[in-house]
Every structure is written in C-alpha cells, then in structure tokens.
Design a protein around this ligand. Sequence first.
Ligand code: AMP
Length: 403
Amino acid sequence: MSSKFSNYNFKGLKALVRVDFNVPLDAEFNITDDTRMSATIPTIKKILTDGGSVILMSHFGRPKEGPTDKYSLKHLVKHLEFLLNENEQSSTPVFFANDCIGEQAFHFANALKAGEVLLLENLRFYKEEEKGDESFAEKLSKLGEVYVNDAFGTAHRAHASTAVIAKYFTADKKIFGLLMEGEVISAEKVLHHSEKPFVAIIGGAKVSDKILIIENLLERATDIIIGGGMAYTFLKASGGQIGNSLCEDDRMQTALDILEKAKQKNVQIHLPQDSIIADKFAADAATQVMESNSIPSGWMGLDIGPKAVEVFSDVIQRSKTILWNGPMGVFEMEKFQNGTKSVALAVAAATAKGAFSLVGGGDSVAAVNQFKLADRVSYVSTGGGAMLEYFEGKVLPGIAAIK
Ligand code: AMP
C-alpha cells in the first residue's frame, strides 16, 4: 500500500498536526521516555521539507482544573527543538503559544513561515476537548489549512482535536500522518489481510480485559495462545486445580463459552500445559515447575513452564501472521520472565522467516523493548488502548473521521 502522506505536497501550507506528546516527566520536568515525541518527528520533518509549516496540538496528562503549570506543554519545547534539529544542517525554530485557541494562538499561527513549527498549549486545559465540543473544534480548525492526525494513541477517543475537527476540513485537506498511517496499515494487514496460519498471542493479568479481543479474533485467527494470569481462569473453568493463581471466578462461564466457540470455528486454543509456580508473589519466591491443572493450594502460576514454551514457540514459528498482546507471566521479575522472553524470541524468529508480526499493548511492548527485540518484529504499536479497541472490532473515531 503506497503512503498517501508521503505523496502529499505540503508546500506553502500550514499543517495543523494532532500529535500525542503525552510523555512522562520527572519532578524536574525532564522527559523520562520520549518515544511518543520521536515517533512523530518524521511526519513533522516531511511537512517542513516540502516547504510547509507545522502547528502542533496535543493533550498532556489529565489536568482537572484548566491551565496548570505541571501540565504545560512548554516543558517539551526544548526537547522538541533538539529532536527536530539533531543531525540537521539548518535549524528549525519552535514557537510556543500559551493557549491552544484565542488571540495569541491565531496570531502566532498566522505569522508562521514555511519551515517553522508552532506548539500549542495543552488541549485538555479546555474541558471542551474531551467532550468533543464542536465550536472548540471549529476554533482549532481555523489555525491550519490541512489537518494531519498522527496521534494513534488517542484514535479511540471522539475528542474535539482527534475526530470532531475533521469535519471542518474537506476530504483533500485531512490526512493521517506517517505514524498513524503505519499503525493503520499494520493493523489492517493483521485483521483483514492476514496470511494463514494466523496466531494471536494473548496474555496479561485479566480475562475480563481481553474477552472482546479474543471473541473478535475467533473469527479470524487459526490459533490463539492464551498465557499470563488470564490462562488460569480458563484452566480452572476446564476443571483444573490452580491453587492460588489469579482467577476471575465470574468469568469462568465466559472462558468455557470461548473454548466452545473455538471448537465450532475450528480455531486451536493453546493454554499453557505447565507453569512456573511460586509460593508467593515476590521476586525471591520459591519456585517449581508444575502441570498447570494441578497447582497445589498455597502456590500460584506466575509464568508458563518449559513444555508450554516449546508448544507455543512451535505454533508461533509455523505462523505467517502474528499478533501479540500481553505478557506470558510476571516478566517484571527475573524468575518469571522466561515465558515472555521465549515467546518474544519465537516471534522474532518467525519474523525472520517472513511472517508479519505486530506487537501491541503496553506490557508486551515493554517486554520486546526489555529483551531488545523491537527491531526484530514487523511492527510495534504505540497505541495500547487504541490498538486493543481496533482488534476488538470497534470503529475508532480518529480513524473514521479521516477515512
Ligand atoms: P495486562 O495489563 O492485563 O496486559 O497485564 C499485564 C500484567 O499482568 C503484567 O504486569 C504482568 O506482571 C501480569 N501478569 C502476567 N502473568 C501473570 C500471572 N501469571 N499472575 C499474575 N500476574 C501476571
């Protein structure tokens, strides 16, 4: 699929770009992880290189009562200048407007010249942003001539700047940025154009968070691997003894329904045959390997065991499409990270053999980063909640508004 954004010519245009600059800061306002900012730099640079100018808008944190110093985007200006100018001959100035609408913002936007960047103050200083207020969206829309949405992380929200605003631009004047385009293309490839076998690897703590995604994947995947804490609800529902492992008793019937539906649809569900069990939820717990359906009382499964690693790795390695959301165990503790690491390695190996792999959801992304495997999978999604909702089969307002 060719990139519509790459083919768009921004020469002489003021582009109003919705980004997700919701980065974590320490007490001295230093950015502790700039992934979200650096991910959108190629979009900004492309517009500037074409001879356009860029007006950036973003939310930042959850300010409750209007403007708050702690949640001001002014703390990001210096770092944005650094990211835009590193390894560049010419220097791009970044201006800052201490409001996202109002006179100053309009004045700065009007005066902006080709090659310049303006960062607007936090959109969430206005309650209208999250309410999807039309008149607020219209005011924002007046700042630019083309609307670019590069904020996949908020694509599942129908907010003023992520969705409502799009209606104030004609079809040829609204477009996804490179980051958003990459996310949408990857997600569509997995959901609508998957090469078979297609394995979905679903892990993490709770079944309740993942029911909708599993149900939607039952329509598309050939195999579903279920690991992490959520596997024990399935194991108990199937008659296993799971000791003190995580379990959502009120979801046992749902788990049985999913297993039954999978049978009807000929989808193979793979639960971990064995587990690494621990006598407490702690890094220094005593551990042993045990069949996942015979865990003694007082012990809990905190990772998948060696047999499960072998089976899961085999399934992954013979797949052509891989979707991974959620860790296989408590990978934050060294004793319980082998399952997640082995799955990450199997995904990387399958990718090297030509499979398309998409990793998404906060903890699985953290895991591939921790094991330094991010560049050995096909795509790492930046949008946790948005990605989950997309794979649940929901229409994301931020995507629908532009399509
Ligand atoms: P989620 O946010 O639902 O994807 O869950 C991620 C969290 O699940 C991580 O913090 C893991 O430590 C945790 N987790 C994974 N496996 C287990 C398990 N077997 N028991 C308890 N917690 C787990």
